[in-house]
Design a protein around this ligand. Structure first.
Ligand SMILES: O=C(O)[C@H](CS(=O)(=O)O)OP(=O)(O)O
Ligand SMILES: [Mg+2]
Length: 224
């Protein structure tokens, strides 16, 4: 199994392999928390305008996400795992807009299979990849310059038997990441330290694998 790490919003072609889009702060930590809370599925979109337009067709859908990390006016939630953990999303659909993880996911079509991951479900994701035994795995750290997603990629690579780091090292790099700072400086009431606590946590064996499909619309489902 060839394992490579890429970074940014434009995943490389991986037509015969599994591509994992990683977003620790916070998109796929938020997504995982939603599935833990009973969410049915996620519809990722590129812009807030697309989210509002899609809700016309899915009037019961919840809108979640951010622009420049801040909640979007008219959305139900920010891109906040803490807000989701403190809400009832049972059996709902979530339309999600975020800067890095969602953007990269929407551009990852040239792969046999696309997964989304964060530290919270790194072990479950690695276990699934080992079971599928693809010829190649591309781990995409979606933040173009941040360290948190690269650390998660290096941890998953280690879990797959390659070079990498420990969970504790990945957790430390997440807490110390540049993107984490704004959650501790009181810059905005809805940028809470709890989000980073959740982003640097691991569900271990209880993690959920999150898989992307693209037809008829991009959507993220948890694997049973
Ligand atoms: O909402 C977030 O935390 C981030 C924006 S930033 O990297 O913190 O500025 O968006 P995401 O797409 O979840 O990386
Ligand atoms: Mg991020």
């Amino acid at each position: 199994m060839k394992i490579s790490i890429a970074q940014g919003h434009n995943p490389p072609h991986n037509i015969n392999g599994i591509t994992v889009i990683i977003d620790v702060i916070r998109a796929f930590t938020t997504s995982h928390q939603a599935f833990v809370g009973g969410l049915d599925h996620i519809l990722p979109v590129a812009t807030a305008e697309e989210a509002f337009a899609l809700r016309e067709h899915h009037p019961q859908a919840l809108l979640a996400g951010e622009v420049q990390a801040l909640p979007i006016k008219g959305f139900d939630y920010g891109n906040s795992p803490w807000e989701i953990a403190n809400s009832d999303v049972t059996n709902r659909t979530m339309i999600l807009r975020t800067t890095n993880g969602v953007t990269a996911t929407l551009r990852a079509r040239d792969s046999r299979e696309v997964l989304v991951a964060a530290l919270i479900n790194a072990e479950a994701t690695a276990r699934y990849i080992q079971e599928q035994a693809p010829p190649s795995v591309v781990l995409v750290a979606s933040h173009p310059t941040g360290d948190e997603d690269v650390a998660c990629a290096e941890y998953i690579r280690a879990l797959l038997g390659g070079d990498g780091i420990t969970l504790e090292q990945a957790q430390e790099r997440t807490r110390n990441a540049f993107a984490a700072r704004k959650f501790f400086d009181g810059s905005h009431p809805r940028l809470r330290p709890e989000d980073i606590h959740m982003a640097s946590s691991s569900a271990g064996d209880d993690g959920l694998v999150m898989k992307v499909s693209f037809e008829p619309l991009p959507r993220i489902d948890k694997l049973a």
